[in-house]
Design a protein around this ligand. Structure first.
Ligand code: 5RP
Length: 321
């Protein structure tokens, strides 16, 4: 059989692919042996002082980031202004920098996308940033659950994010894609000590605020590796919190008719074991965002009842607090 130049080249290419593969396998083997011997060492001595130094450093980064988000009292008030990623310049967020300016001092962290961060936020800001990294859908498109991860791990680190967030849609046709995206993001972020917050939702066909479905998606997200889970408040909220082994924060959803409704569900959610909120529209779409966020902060960090929060809200509006 004639041996053409093309065939020779193909054979050379094939050999070099094989050589690369062998090198890669060798590297993986070395890595595996190193990791197992460290694991064995840990198992043998079972003492903090014998832990792999790199492991301590990595754990420190994760703990440090989480402790900047979740305050010393174990509670947290996250302020999301990421809604434009699928809603465009939605009411109240037309100019995110103006929305944030009077209220961010009362939040423990701000959640947004890289585009708003880069263009609207002073890099000298001291508030920790939770970077929304899923998207590539819009409210006029076919399916909101068909999200992709839109920000690389390099960008997450470059922007000094304290955590990242992504949406998880259970009970939709994109359930597997969304949960697989979560798994990949967790793998990448854990390597660098960056916590992942799962922003959980259930499909439209499921009753959105039913505890069994919210508990299902919260638990699945935690099982896949989310360090924090955001969910909606519902009746019997304790079922959601009790079934979720990581901290749970409550979202607000669309603006309610009265402020008291928000204070009621935030208070009830906290009593049921939530560590705080990730609450946007019911702060920055209200008539007085400063009064709203201060009252919610009262419930989260000062143990205010819903009525005490309402009193503070009215006092702030009256210029008495
Ligand atoms: C928007 C989000 C929000 O961050 C989350 O839903 C909380 O905001 P809100 O309190 O306005 O519901 O993921 O896409």
């Amino acid at each position: 059989m004639p041996c053409t130049d093309g065939a020779k080249q193909a054979s050379r290419d094939f050999s070099s692919v094989r050589a690369d593969k062998a090198k890669m396998q060798q590297r993986l083997l070395i890595h595996h042996v190193a990791v197992s011997s460290l694991a064995n060492r840990k198992r043998l001595f079972n003492s903090k002082t014998t832990e792999f130094r790199g492991e301590i450093i990595m754990e420190w980064g994760m703990k440090n980031r989480l402790s900047r988000l979740i305050q010393k009292d174990g509670k947290a008030l996250f302020l999301p202004v990421d809604h434009g990623y699928f809603q465009g310049p939605t009411h109240g967020l037309e100019k995110p920098e103006e929305t944030i300016k009077p209220i961010y001092q009362y939040a423990d962290a701000i959640m947004l996308t890289r585009g708003v961060l880069r263009n609207c936020i002073d890099p000298a800001i001291e508030k920790p940033i939770i970077l929304r990294v899923s998207g590539a859908v819009s409210m006029v498109g076919e399916d909101l659950s068909n999200e992709s991860i839109v920000t690389s791990i390099q960008e997450i680190l470059r922007l000094n994010a304290m955590a990242v967030s992504m949406s998880v849609f259970v009970g939709t046709k994109n359930e597997n894609k969304s949960l697989s995206n979560l798994a990949k993001l967790v793998d990448e972020c854990e390597d660098y000590g960056v916590p992942v917050m799962a922003v959980t939702s259930v499909g439209r066909e499921l009753e959105k605020r039913e505890p069994r479905y919210l508990a299902l998606v919260a638990r699945i997200s935690a099982e896949i590796g989310a360090r924090v889970v955001k969910t909606y408040y519902c009746e019997n909220f304790r079922k959601v919190v009790d079934g979720c082994p990581v901290p749970v924060v409550i979202a607000g959803g669309p603006k309610t008719e009265t402020q008291k409704e928000v204070f009621d569900f935030v208070y009830d959610g906290m009593q049921a074991g939530a560590i705080g909120v990730n609450l946007g529209r019911n702060i920055w779409q209200t008539e007085n965002p400063v009064a709203s966020i201060r009252a919610i902060r009262g419930i989260i960090h000062e143990n205010y009842t819903a009525q005490e929060a309402l009193d503070l809200y009215n006092q702030v509006i009256a210029g008495k607090a």
